[in-house]
Design a protein around this ligand. Structure first.
Ligand code: A2P
Length: 305
């Protein structure tokens, strides 16, 4: 089976977690039940996914004890000034007493005026093409300071970040600040975005890395790539399993998303790739090129890279 990773809090984190981004409430409920049934004990959601309610209902309706499941949710960009309130709201939607991990979703604060229900991601574009985002009056270092207070409330067991670059991490880790080291940095990783430097930096700081969009997200060319398919055939598994286990072999947590029960089940199966096959998958980028699936042109997020 898959290994566990140890957080800097001492908690164990299962290497393959269940991703729920881009899954509707209805699909999510069934998918999380299927995932728990298949053996997943690590579920990843976020306030902005708008499916926390379904995640929590599935957890509570399953026969798996809460203490055996590692649950992560994330602080959305419009709530950087009030992480505890945001966490309270997430817990209330989840119907849970606590989460195991609470992450800053992006190192960027968006103005609260944009937190219109159903429109959290819609940010006004200025005439010059830039986005109307408050980047001057708030710094994510302050958000991280506020996040520190959460573990002692018992509402989350650990805290971490997501979409943080090396520079972002260096900023919150400045020794004179004396702040906690994040337990986790969750970032996009797949063979077209291997993130070698960032992974190395996180390892040097004892930060566990988690990969989102490990299959290359919706419509990924990786799932039909001939070389990945050839490796999959050798082990008699699916390309998705090769991609998932390529990540685990490289030493980080992988969060595949699926709402299809057969895929949910097969994605959880451990495959022990040889170092040569890991290397083969790593080299695919030389042929098909790099790609980032989460919009790199979203200016406000670029501002902090
Ligand atoms: P679906 O949810 O309809 O099953 P990522 O984890 O990189 O975000 O990728 C998720 C995408 O990959 C979804 O479109 C999901 O489809 C699809 N997917 C998940 N598992 C598999 C699989 N085993 N084979 C093919 N496609 C998959």
């Amino acid at each position: 089976s898959h290994p566990d990773f140890k957080l800097n809090t001492g908690a164990l984190l299962p290497a393959v977690g269940f991703g729920t981004w881009q899954a509707s409430e209805e699909d999510t409920y069934k998918a999380v039940l299927a995932a728990l049934e298949a053996g997943y004990r690590h579920i990843d959601t976020a306030a902005i996914y708008r499916n926390e309610g379904a995640v929590g209902r599935a957890i509570n309706d399953s026969k798996v004890p809460r203490s055996e499941i590692f649950v992560t949710t994330k602080l959305w960009c419009t709530q950087h000034t009030t992480p505890e309130k945001a966490l309270d709201q997430s817990l209330s939607r989840l119907g849970l007493e606590y989460v195991d991990l609470y992450l800053i979703h992006w190192p960027v604060m968006l103005r609260t005026e944009h937190a219109v229900d159903g429109n959290l991601l819609i940010i006004p574009v200025r005439p010059d093409g830039s986005r109307d985002v408050d980047v001057e009056n708030w710094n994510f270092v302050k958000t991280w300071e506020l996040m520190q207070e959460l573990p002692q409330t018992g509402k989350t067991k650990a805290i971490g970040v997501s979409n943080f670059s090396i520079n972002n991490l260096k900023e919150i880790l400045r020794p004179e600040l004396g702040l906690a080291v994040p337990s986790v940095n969750q970032i996009e990783i797949h063979p077209q975005l291997p993130q070698e430097e960032l992974i190395k930096f996180c390892a040097s700081e004892g930060i566990v890395v988690e990969a989102y969009s490990p299959l290359g997200s919706t419509g990924s060319p990786l799932l039909t790539d001939p070389e990945i398919s050839a490796v999959a055939e050798k082990y008699q598994v699916q390309p998705a399993q090769v991609l998932i286990n390529w990540g685990v072999s490289r030493g980080y947590v992988v969060l595949p998303k699926s709402v299809t029960p057969t895929r949910i089940e097969s994605n959880f199966k451990h495959v022990n790739l040889t170092p040569e096959d890991v290397e083969k998958v790593s080299r695919i980028i030389d042929r098909i090129g790099g790609k980032r699936y989460v919009d790199p042109n979203w200016k406000p997020f670029e501002a902090f890279v």
